[in-house]
Design a protein around this ligand. Structure first.
Ligand code: 9Z3
Length: 314
């Protein structure tokens, strides 16, 4: 099934209910940082859903937890960028990602003796919590981090286009880091049933359609001067570099970060029109909890700085 055009996609799929609120937040954030000549990184993170019903009980989803995006957002902030963190609702977020699950509660001590209940951070956890808390507070007090969230693939595209429209004013100081795992397939609105599918009607046959390639209008129309980095995920090593190169040839953006599902947290290849560079963590680094995103973001910031022809922001 061939994909329709991106214009048709936006004509058929209505904006999400909180769209205008998010658009105002994006506009204010971009205007404020543009005024100070700051750089902004738009980091997309997490997977998109494809609802099977309008009143959605069931949906198609993917594996992404937002590990890459949430870690990367922190490193862009460390390099002095303002960050729009556009993420799947309930996926990992910068700073809180370090304490997901029971980790935070395990760091606390409860004392219910006497009239006042007190909660304290265990002494050996202070060393872990304090630096993360300090970086979180610094990012927020500088107004350098904006969160906006999506769930469905259509919400993702509406937000992505709105963010691009606001970022366009920054020209080459805008950097797009498109790490979200966006569905290639969807069900057009007019083919989605309103109510929960009933098993009594028999096993449903669901036909997915191709999502239009939004990278095309994004690079050529929405943010023509931005530094655009996309991601390519494969499960077959043989396809990885050829497909990353094909994307660069087709869309003419700056970089594709190529990764395999199985090894994505310790190996990526940074593919540019001129070169490709492998980033590999050693077993020891993985055990020590080193983030591969520190190196990925560091290298992208270096190239972005070179592209801008100026000194690094930090
Ligand atoms: C990626 O390749 C990201 O690195 C991951 C990160 C999603 C693998 P996690 O969230 O995983 O840390 O668990 N993102 C882009 C994947 C993608 O959907 N790319 C498309 C493609 O490969 C469109 S550019 O065709």
């Amino acid at each position: 099934m061939s994909s329709g055009s991106w214009e048709e996609f936006f004509a058929v799929h209505l904006p999400p209910t909180d769209f205008e609120d998010n658009r105002s937040l994006l506009k204010e954030f971009c205007e404020r940082h543009d005024k100070y000549g700051n750089r902004i990184a738009l980091v997309t993170s997490g997977g998109t859903t494809v609802p099977l019903e309008h009143n959605t009980v069931r949906f198609v989803d993917n594996f992404s937890a937002g590990t890459r995006g949430s870690a990367s957002a922190e490193y862009f902030l460390e390099h002095g960028y303002a960050v729009i963190f556009m993420h799947r609702q309930k996926s990992l977020e910068p700073y809180t990602r370090h304490f997901s699950g029971q980790k935070l509660l395990d760091m606390l001590e409860l004392d219910e003796r006497g009239p006042n209940t007190t909660i304290t951070v265990k002494p050996d956890s202070v060393d872990v919590l304090a630096p993360v808390l300090a970086r979180y507070k610094a990012a927020h007090s500088a107004g350098a981090l904006l969160h906006v969230s999506f769930t469905t693939v259509s919400e993702y595209f509406w937000l992505l286009r709105a963010a691009c429209e606001c970022l366009a004013r920054l020209g080459p100081r805008a950097l797009l880091y498109l790490a979200a795992a966006v569905s290639d397939f969807y069900i057009p609105k007019d083919r989605v049933p309103t109510h929960k599918m009933q098993s009594a009607s028999g096993a449903p046959i669901i036909q997915l359609h191709l999502v239009p390639k939004m990278l095309a209008p994004l690079v050529s129309l929405w943010v023509p001067n931005a530094y655009v980095v996309s991601f390519k995920l494969e499960t077959d090593e043989n396809l990885l570099i050829p497909k990353a190169r094909a994307a660069l040839d087709k869309y003419k953006h700056k970089m594709v970060v190529a990764n395999l599902l199985q090894t994505r947290h310790h190996r990526v290849i940074l593919v540019t029109p001129e070169a490709s560079q492998e980033v590999l963590l050693t077993r020891e680094e993985v055990h020590a909890g080193v983030d591969i995103e520190a190196t990925i973001v560091g290298e992208i910031v270096r190239l972005h700085t070179e592209h801008l022809g100026g000194p690094s922001v930090r």
